[in-house]
Design a protein. Structure first.
Length: 185
C-alpha cells in the first residue's frame, strides 16, 4: 500500500500540485489510516515515510505523522472517503484568496460537470477548527480549498482523489486567466 501512496506523491510533485516537502496523503484501512509522516518529501516516499494511526482517537504516533492528521482523521470519521490527498496547488490557493464568497464555481466544462462548485473553508493548519470545516465541506463535495493554504480531496481510491486535485487546479487556473483577460479589455 505504501507504494501506491509513493506513486501519487511523485505525481503530485511532478505536476506542480505540491512542493516536495509539503502536502500529505492517506489511505483508510478499516479503523486505521496510513498517512505520510510530517516533512516527508512526497516525491521520495519510502516504506518508513508512512505511519499507521487510528481514526477514532489520537495515537502515540501522531507526533511523527503529518501535521494535518487531525483533518484526515475527521474526514474519515464523517465521510465515506477511503483516500485523501492534501496538496498546495498554486492557482487554487490564489483563487481562494481572491474569492468574495465561500465557493468557487468552475467556468470550464469539466470542472462544472464533475465539481459543480468548490467550497472554500478557513482554519489554521492542523487545527480542530480546520478539521471540522473540511469534513463538513467534504460531506457534499469531492474537494475543498483551504483559504490561502491548499486543497483536500477525497475518493474511494487515490486515483480519484488525485483526479479531483488536478481538476480543481485546472478549473482555478482557467478561471484565473479568464478573469485576468476579461479585466484587461
Amino acid at each position: 500500500m505504501w507504494q501506491n501512496i509513493a506513486k501519487f506523491g511523485k505525481k503530485l510533485v511532478e505536476q506542480g500540485l505540491v512542493e516536495s516537502q509539503f502536502g500529505n496523503i492517506s489511505i483508510r484501512r478499516g479503523d486505521k489510516m496510513l498517512v505520510t509522516k510530517s516533512g516527508a518529501p512526497l516525491d521520495e516516499l519510502k516504506k518508513n515515510s508512512i505511519v499507521e494511526v487510528g481514526i477514532d482517537e489520537p495515537s502515540d504516533l501522531d507526533h511523527i505523522a503529518s501535521s494535518e492528521t487531525i483533518v484526515h482523521r475527521n474526514v474519515y470519521k464523517y465521510t465515506p472517503a477511503l483516500a485523501i490527498i492534501h496538496a498546495h496547488p498554486m492557482f487554487a490557493v490564489i483563487e481562494s484568496m481572491l474569492l468574495e464568497k465561500d465557493t468557487i464555481v468552475p467556468i470550464n466544462i469539466e470542472g462544472e460537470y464533475f465539481l459543480h462548485e468548490i467550497p472554500v473553508v478557513k482554519g489554521a493548519a492542523g487545527t480542530y477548527e480546520l478539521a471540522e470545516y473540511t469534513a463538513q465541506a467534504l460531506c457534499n463535495h469531492k474537494g475543498t480549498i483551504v483559504f490561502g493554504h491548499g486543497t483536500f480531496t477525497i475518493g474511494k481510491t487515490l486515483d480519484e482523489a488525485y483526479f479531483v486535485t488536478a481538476l480543481i487546479e485546472q478549473s482555478c487556473k482557467i478561471k484565473y486567466y479568464f478573469d485576468l483577460a476579461r479585466n484587461r479589455c
